[in-house]
Design a protein around this ligand. Structure first.
Ligand SMILES: [Mg+2]
Length: 300
């Protein structure tokens, strides 16, 4: 098979370039071909992925969740889509963890050389495609407000500090949500968290949901802005693995139309996506991805 390695040299703390020789040697022992492209700037990979989609069988994507999201957005606009395979080298690497892929390059390539890919759902918020999360309100800005310099220096701790700082802000915004067969609900929230699995920000939220990665549905949790102790309640939910609190709302649907204030920021796959009202929809089994055997059995 024809592989194209797309890598982001500035993901995470270390330079991915040091692994190129090892990857070339592992490919040399197989009948698969490998070409390599290094990202030149932010969103460069969107364009390269779109242009090169019809020329390869597999895009091997090295970077963090943001890098994979760029490639996804290119591939989703292409008519012939290659499979996606991840080599995690970012800071949180949520997508790779969801797919059961760890940082061992040799073990990951073993999967990509020998296993077959599976069809996975792709979600969309307004114009942007995303794989595993969309969120607004508290904690939403943390993943993209932290500077590259701080991430290089402190890694994951930089995010933790930003999260604690964000807790001092007051979040309260009204939403009108249309979903399913024309059902509507109005709620005032401190945070909205949508997940296609049970992992976000490096945390495993085992009590969030047991949804599948190919069920055609996306699940949104609306954290209600209660009058008192709202930060405490929100944190207590996270500490208990994302357990739903009585006052909160959780909805699974293939399409949400959400009306809200124009100053509300939305995050998709850890990057800033858009502001204000959004349409969130799920395209069932729209992309082919490689996952570990365990994940293929459990999450598909
Ligand atoms: Mg799903």
């Amino acid at each position: 098979m024809k592989f194209l390695l797309l890598y982001n040299p500035v993901s995470g703390r270390s330079n991915f370039k040091i692994h190129l020789q090892e990857i070339k040697e592992l490919f040399a022992k197989t009948s698969h071909s490998l070409e390599i492209y290094e990202s030149k700037a932010a969103h460069d990979l969107d364009h390269v992925a779109l242009e090169e989609s019809s020329n390869y069988d597999v895009f091997l994507v090295a970077g963090g969740d943001g890098t994979l999201n760029e490639v996804l957005n290119g591939v989703m606009r292409a008519s012939k889509k290659p499979s996606l395979a991840v080599l995690p080298s970012g800071t949180a690497n949520d997508t790779a963890a969801i797919l059961g892929i760890n940082k061992s390059i040799k073990r990951s390539l073993d999967i990509y050389f020998n296993e077959t890919p599976v069809m996975m759902d792709v979600n969309q918020i307004n114009e942007q495609y995303f794989l595993y999360t969309a969120a607004s309100g508290l904690m939403t800005r943390v993943s993209y407000d932290v500077s590259r310099r701080h991430i290089k220096k402190y890694g994951y701790i930089a995010y933790m500090i930003a999260a604690v700082k964000d807790l001092s802000n007051d979040y309260r915004y009204p939403l009108r949500v249309k979903y399913g067969d024309n059902q509507t609900v109005s709620i005032e929230c401190a945070m909205v968290l949508g997940l296609s699995s049970n992992r976000v920000g490096g945390m495993r939220l085992n009590n969030f949901s047991h949804s599948k990665l190919n069920d055609g549905l996306f699940e949104l949790r609306f954290f209600k802005r209660v009058k008192s102790f709202w930060r405490f309640r929100l944190l207590s939910s996270f500490i208990r693995g994302g357990k739903k609190l009585r006052e909160d709302l959780q909805i699974a649907s293939s399409r949400f139309e959400i009306e809200t204030s124009s100053n509300v920021d939305w995050n998709a796959d850890g990057e800033f996506s858009c502001k204000g009202s959004v349409v969130i929809q799920t395209h069932k089994e729209a992309i082919s991805v490689y996952a570990s055997r365990k994940v293929k059995k459990k999450c598909f």
